[in-house]
Write a protein that binds this ligand. Sequence first.
Ligand code: SF4
Length: 121
Amino acid sequence: MAERALLVCFGGMSNVGTLTGLAALEVARAGEGTIFCLASLANGDPVVQKRLKEAERIVAVDGCPLACARRIAERAGFPPHRAIVLAQDLGIKKGLPDAVAALEVQRAVAFIRAALGDEDR
Ligand code: SF4
């Protein structure tokens, strides 16, 4: 079965970057998507490229408007079907990484699930 790929910035220097990883991990643990290695993609890894070519859907999950995951995916030739920016889409102010709240994780999880399942908005 084709994978539903999550490309996640996981920028550990901020709350929104950390939130991308925590929320995507919850979605992946539930079997609803697969977190791909963004660093390997940036490094041109052929295994990641092959799996992305075969993916049913690609969703980029970024913490802030710098959109590192989306930009890496685009540069690698895999423009995402949907690109989430948690700071904008959930209205969370970027701050220190220890400021991630459980409620925000659940909101982000719901947003990622919607992006994996919905048609493009
Ligand atoms: S998108 Fe923003 S939060 Fe994520 S790694 Fe890039 S700079 Fe950090």
